[in-house]
Design a protein around this ligand. Structure first.
Ligand code: M6R
Length: 619
C-alpha cells in the first residue's frame, strides 16, 4: 500500500519530477487516495499535492510547473491514518522547512513520539507520517546529517516503514530506510532511483539493489551506500540483481483495462506455472527448499493461510490435497489465524499463498507459525518479496506481473501451484503411484488450452454482462470445489462493480439464504461435471430447480454437453470436459469476465476500484 519513488541525477537535463511522476504512474495500483511530488531547487522546496488519482496531480502540475532540479521524491497514497486530504498527502514537509519525507507503512508508536520527541507540539493533520517528519527534522537540528538523523529516528520507531527523505539544504543525497515495507534502488549512470517496486524504474534501468530489512541507504547521483541496523556501512553486492522482465508487462497492450489483459493472459499464467518443474527423472521440484524433503512424509496437517482471492485458491487446494494425500488441510484467513490460538506445531506444514508476497496479515501469520515450530512454504508470485524470503520453502507461481487490483491470473496460477504441491506431496508420501501422478500432470497440462477455449467466448459473456447493469444484487452458488469459486465470483463483482454479491454453498441455501430469492434475482450456479464421482452434480441440479421455481434467473456454468440442465435457465456458459478437481480453474473465468465487463459497462475504474489497493501492507 502506498507507492514511493525517489530520483537523483548529476545534472538537470532531465526533469526529475517527470521521472518520479512516471514511476508513480506505474505504482498507482498500490494506492490512489492522494499523490504528491517534492523537489529541492536552490535550497527551497517545491511541492505539489492533489487528492485522488494521479491525473489530478498532473493537472495541478500543469498549472504550476516545477523548475528543473536534480532530486525529487513522490508518493501515491492509500490512506491509513487520516482521511485523504492535501494536509495528509505526502511528501510531508517539516514545519521548519528542512525535511521532505514520503512514507509507506504505519508508525504504531506515533503518539508516543509526538509526546516524547516533539513535546506534543501542535500539528497540522496529526498523521503518523507528519509526526515522523517533524521528529526527523527535530533530530536533524542536532545531528546535522540526514542519514545520522534517520538512523536515530528509526531506532525509536515501532511499526512498519519505507522512508525516502531529503534535506532541503542538501540536494546531493536522498536517504532511505526500511522496516517491514519494501524498498528497492535502481542503479543508473550518473543517476539513481529508489522505489517501492522496480516497476517504477524498469523502463530506465534493469540493475536493482534490494534494501533489506532494517537497512538504511544514502543515494547520491554517483554512489549508493548501504548501512546495517548498527549503522555500519556494508558491502551490498549480494543484494544486487538484474530485472529480467520488460516494461511491456506493465502496459495494457491495447486492452481497455489491465484486468481484461490479465484475464486473457491466463493460459500462459497456468502453463508457465506448470512447466519447468519436473526433473529428468520425472520428479516435481520446489523452487526453494531449506530442509530435508523427508519432513513432508512426517507432517500430520497442512494449514493454508492467505487473504482474499489467495485464500479462495487455498479452499480449492484443500479438495485436491486432501483427496490425493489423505492429510487434513485447514484453510484460514491469515488475519484470523494467529488470534485464535491455533494448534500448530513442528508436524504442521503451513502454506502461505500470496500474489504480492507483501500482504502484512499473511507475513505476520507466517511469523507466528514459525514461532510455533511449523515449517512454512510460500506459494508466491513475486520473486524476492518478503514472503519469498521469510518461508522455509517456496513454489513460485509464474503469472507475470499482475497490475489490476482485482486478482485474476494470479488466482489461476495459485490453484495450479496448489495442484503441483498436492502431487509433490503425494509422491513423497507415497499416496499415489508415479503413473497416477503422471496422468494427473498430463490432465493439468491440458488446462491452458481449455482456458483459451473459454476465452473465445469473451465477447458473448461481455454482451450478457452489459445487459445486467441494473442489478442491485447477484448471488453465486457452488458445491464442493465449486463453492470457493462462488466465493471468488462474488468477490470479483463486489470489488470492481460495487454490486452486492454473495457466494453460498449451494446446499446451505435451504437453511436460510433461500429466503432472499425473489423473482428476477440473478444467480450464477457452478454445475459440477456429470460424472463427478462425488455425487454433487444431481444435488446442484436440484438446487437450480429450487431457486428457479421461486423466480430466480439462473446463469449456469456447466460442462459442455450436459443434457440434464433444467429448462428455463436464463443463460449457460460451458466449460470443456474436465475432472471435477480441475474444473475450478475453468469455472471462474466466465465470472471474472462478467465482473470486468459489467464494471466497464457501468463506467467504473476497473483497475483501481474505490477504497482498495493492490497490496495490503498494513494489518
Ligand atoms: O497479494 P496477495 O495475494 O497476498 O493479496 C491478497 C488479497 O489482498 C487479494 O487477493 C485481494 O483480495 C484481491 N484484491 C482480490 O481480487
Amino acid at each position: 500500500m502506498c507507492g514511493i519513488v525517489g530520483y537523483i541525477q548529476t545534472n538537470k537535463s532531465l526533469n526529475s519530477w517527470k521521472l518520479v511522476f512516471e514511476g508513480l504512474e506505474y505504482l498507482e495500483y498500490r494506492g490512489y487516495d492522494s499523490a504528491g511530488i517534492a523537489q529541492i531547487v536552490n535550497n527551497r522546496v517545491e511541492v505539489t499535492k492533489a487528492v485522488g488519482k494521479l491525473a489530478n496531480l498532473k493537472r495541478k502540475i500543469a498549472k504550476t510547473p516545477f523548475s528543473l532540479s536534480n532530486a525529487a521524491i513522490g508518493h501515491t497514497r492509500w490512506a491509513t491514518h487520516g482521511k485523504p486530504s492535501i494536509v495528509n498527502a505526502h511528501p510531508h514537509i517539516s514545519s521548519n522547512g528542512q525535511v521532505a519525507l514520503v512514507h509507506n507503512g504505519i508508525i504504531e508508536n506515533a503518539s508516543r513520539i509526538h509526546k516524547t520527541v516533539l513535546g506534543g507540539k501542535k500539528l497540522q493533520g496529526g498523521t503518523d507520517t507528519e509526526i515522523v517528519t517533524e521528529a526527523l527534522a527535530h533530530i536533524l537540528i542536532k545531528e546535522k546529517d540526514l542519514s545520522k538523523a534517520m538512523f536515530k529516528l528509526v531506532n525509536i520507531l515501532e511499526g512498519s516503514w519505507a522512508f525516502v527523505a531529503m534535506d532541503i539544504n542538501d540536494s546531493s543525497k536522498i536517504v532511505c530506510a526500511r522496516h517491514n515495507s519494501p524498498l528497492v534502488i535502481g542503479l543508473g549512470e550518473n543517476y539513481n532511483f529508489v522505489a517501492s517496486d522496480v516497476i517504477a524504474f524498469v523502463n530506465h534501468t534493469k540493475n536493482a539493489v534490494e534494501i533489506k530489512q532494517d537497512q538504511l541507504a544514502v543515494i547520491t547521483c554517483e554512489k549508493v551506500s548501504v548501512f546495517d541496523k548498527h549503522n555500519q556501512e556494508i558491502n551490498f553486492t549480494s543484494q544486487k540483481y538484474e530485472i529480467l522482465w520488460d516494461i511491456n508487462q506493465a502496459q495494457k497492450g491495447g486492452y481497455s483495462s489491465f484486468m481484461e489483459k490479465e484475464i486473457r493472459e491466463q493460459p500462459s499464467a497456468v502453463r508457465n506455472t506448470i512447466y519447468g518443474r519436473r526433473t529428468n527423472e520425472g520428479i516435481i521440484e520446489l523452487d526453494k527448499l531449506s530442509f530435508d524433503k523427508s519432513y513432508f512424509a512426517q507432517i500430520n496437517k497442512i494449514t493454508v493461510i492467505a487473504c482474499g482471492t489467495a485464500a479462495h485458491s487455498g479452499y480449492v487446494a484443500r479438495f485436491a490435497i486432501e483427496h490425493w494425500c489423505r492429510i487434513p488441510v485447514e484453510v484460514e484467513y491469515a488475519h484470523e489465524f494467529r488470534y485464535r490460538d491455533p494448534i500448530v506445531d513442528s508436524k504442521t506444514l503451513v502454506v502461505a499463498i500470496s500474489q504480492s508476497g507483501e500482504t502484512m496479515d499473511t507475513l505476520m501469520a507466517v511469523r507466528y507459525a514459525k514461532e510455533q515450530g511449523a515449517k512454512t512454504l510460500a506459494i508466491v508470485n513475486t520473486l524476492g518479496s518478503a514472503l519469498d524470503r521469510q518461508c522455509d520453502a517456496v513454489l513460485y507461481t509464474y503469472a507475470g506481473r499482475e497490475i489490476a487490483v482485482a486478482s485474476t491470473k494470479a488466482f489461476l496460477a495459485q490453484i495450479t501451484a496448489c495442484y503441483l504441491l498436492g502431487l509433490y506431496l503425494a509422491e513423497i508420501r507415497g499416496n499415489l503411484f508415479i503413473d497416477e501422478i503422471t496422468t494427473k500432470l498430463q490432465e493439468l497440462k491440458t488446462l491452458p488450452d481449455k482456458i483459451a477455449k473459454i476465452l473465445t467466448h469473451y465477447e458473448e459473456i461481455c454482451q450478457f454482462a452489459k445487459l445486467q447493469k441494473r442489478q442491485k444484487s447477484v448471488l453465486f452458488l457452488g458445491r464442493h470445489i465449486g463453492y470457493p469459486i462462488a466465493l471468488e465470483g462474488a468477490l470479483k463483482l463486489k470489488e470492481i462493480a460495487y454490486i452486492h454479491s454473495e457466494g453460498f454453498a449451494a446446499g446451505e441455501l435451504k437453511h436460510g439464504p433461500i429466503a432472499i430469492i425473489e423473482p428476477g434475482q440473478l444467480v450464477f450456479v457452478i454445475v459440477p461435471p456429470q460424472n463427478d464421482r462425488a455425487g454433487v452434480h444431481a444435488k446442484v441440479i436440484s438446487n437450480i430447480e429450487e431457486i428457479a421455481s421461486r423466480g430466480a434467473r439462473v446463469v449456469a456454468i456447466a460442462e459442455q454437453g450436459d443434457q440434464t440442465l433444467p429448462k428455463g435457465i436464463t443463460k449457460t456458459f460451458f466449460r470443456p470436459k474436465t475432472p471435477i478437481l480441475f474444473s475450478a480453474i475453468l469455472d471462474i473465468i466466465p465470472l471474472q469476465i462478467f465482473a470486468c465487463s459489467l464494471a466497464g459497462a457501468l463506467n467504473l475504474d476497473i483497475d483501481m476500484p474505490r477504497n482498495l489497493a493492490k497490496s495490503v501492507t498494513v494489518e
